[in-house]
Design a protein around this ligand. Structure first.
Ligand SMILES: Nc1ncnc2c1ncn2[C@@H]1O[C@H](COP(=O)(O)OP(=O)(O)OP(=O)(O)O)[C@@H](O)[C@H]1O
Ligand SMILES: O=C(O)[C@@H](O)C(=O)CO
Length: 426
């Protein structure tokens, strides 16, 4: 299997978001969970997205994991590797976007890396290096209250500079509007000046098409689904994709079994989606302090679900509003509480699968990563889109037999996301 495009995603929901975009734009794509075991039979594809859980780990761990994935992708023919980051640039001053971008660039022989989290379909745009989320500057958006990496600066040149060893530049919208030639000329002048990463503005898909065309001629880029769209369209335009396009039909053959939703995302969107789900499904709100105190809350949740799940889908959520999250974090620490809750929600997800759940929706990137790891799912085929950035996924090589999952990024999906997702999973 030789692939055209490789991607390393810093979390699992982000990986499925990118895989969805690549599929929609004509690339046959598979999402693997980590580097797959050599015995795993993967389908013939144009692109592979390797999902890692490296958004919030120490930078040196993120670099090591990304470097191994890069080697694996290059060995399979990937001429370009996209480091898939969050469209809201979720990271801290210690990393991991800067360190991983620099390491991937060095592994590929150096050069300037285009970096943009723009994703117009979900309202993420970058102008003069500033990231806007649904019309609000990043630092005024709900991301200012993110439980793990609150974002307090919308100026991405500044944010990336704080995470990088080398200088960071900006390619502004005027240059991008002038076309690929102008962008390449600007990159050349940055290279001469010793800059190794540039934030690129992008508001419309046509900006990302220009950036994708330029990026495809370089070995590495860093961005969200918008840059994936640009790269996929450039590949298809180049005539290198001979498959006749991607289809998603095979991925949603019915799997039967029971269905459930597990949420650990505390985003504004997820909190509202949970309120709406409460009108049509039983929803259990976990007590985070009891979750941290020991296994009793998990046992309570499993038995609550056991009494209801044969009658229809159930929702189990750790999610809480920013004030509650801050209070818990001030008592137990940010990382410790996040990690303990992810562990608890992953155990709950695995217990539900043990009891016959085969259609599972998980809300939150870290939450999804922990649950997919516990379920030991090796890879996913990409099904149709439920909402921008969230496809139906079908497991590949799964010990429990085929399952359908949806891994929802915290901020994605309309208010009826949970019912919409289950309506597409049979
Ligand atoms: N009640 C709570 N108090 C404190 N932390 C919580 C609570 N509920 C969940 N968490 C933690 O908050 C974090 C949420 O991160 P997660 O990545 O799952 O969601 P998200 O950031 O909204 O999604 P995404 O990364 O896809 O945008 C997890 O570490 C989770 O364990
Ligand atoms: O890019 C996004 O916003 C998402 O795919 C994501 O990575 C959230 O975790």
């Amino acid at each position: 299997m030789a692939i055209f495009l490789g991607s390393i995603a810093d979390d699992y929901t982000g990986a499925s978001d990118l895989a969805n975009t690549l599929t929609k734009n004509g690339l046959r794509t598979v999402q693997t969970v980590g580097i797959p075991h050599p015995s795993l039979a993967l389908p013939d594809v144009d692109a592979v997205v390797v999902s890692l859980k490296i958004r919030s780990v120490p930078a040196s761990d993120a670099v090591a994991a990304a470097a191994s994935a890069e080697r694996w992708l290059r060995q399979r023919g990937a001429g370009h590797v996209l480091y898939k980051i969050c469209s809201t640039f979720d990271s801290t001053d210690a990393g991991n976007i800067g360190p991983v971008t620099e390491a991937l660039s060095e592994a590929a022989g150096g050069g300037v890396v285009l970096v943009t989290p723009a994703f117009p379909e979900t309202g993420r745009s970058v102008y003069l290096g500033h990231l806007f989320v649904g019309g609000q500057p990043l630092n005024e958006s709900p991301l200012k209250d993110h439980p793990l990496n609150p974002m307090h600066d919308a100026n991405l040149v500044r944010v990336l500079t704080r995470q990088s060893r080398n200088a960071v530049g900006l390619i502004d919208l005027t240059t991008i509007a002038a076309g690929p030639g102008a962008v390449k000329a600007r990159l050349d002048s940055f290279r001469t000046a010793g800059v190794t990463a540039v934030i690129a503005d992008a508001i419309f898909e046509r900006d990302l098409e220009t950036l994708g065309e330029v990026a495809l001629e370089t070995p590495v880029s860093t961005g969200a689904s918008g840059l994936g769209l640009g790269l996929a369209r450039a590949l298809v335009r180049s005539g290198r994709i001979s498959s006749g396009g991607a289809t998603t039909a095979d991925a949603i053959r019915p799997v039967g079994g029971l269905s459930a939703i597990v949420a650990g995302s505390c985003s504004k969107a997820t909190l509202h989606q949970l309120d709406v789900a409460e009108r049509s499904m039983p929803v259990l709100r976990l007590d985070p302090e009891r979750l941290l105190a020991g296994p009793d809350e998990i046992a309570t949740a499993i038995s609550w679900a056991g009494e209801r799940i044969s009658a229809g889908p159930v929702v189990i959520a750790a999610s809480a509003a920013p004030e509650t999250v801050s209070r818990l974090q001030s008592l137990y620490g940010r990382e410790a509480s996040g990690h303990a809750i992810e562990t608890a929600t992953s155990i709950i997800a695995a217990e539900l699968v043990e009891r016959g759940v085969r259609r599972l929706v998980i809300a939150g990137g870290e939450t999804s990563g922990a649950a997919v790891d516990r379920l030991a799912i090796p890879a996913f085929l990409i099904g149709p889109e439920i909402a921008p950035g969230v496809p139906v996924l079908r497991t590949v090589g799964n010990a429990q037999g085929d399952m359908l999952l949806a891994l929802k990024s915290g901020n994605f999906g309309g208010e009826d996301f949970f019912t919409a997702a289950l309506a597409m999973m049979h």
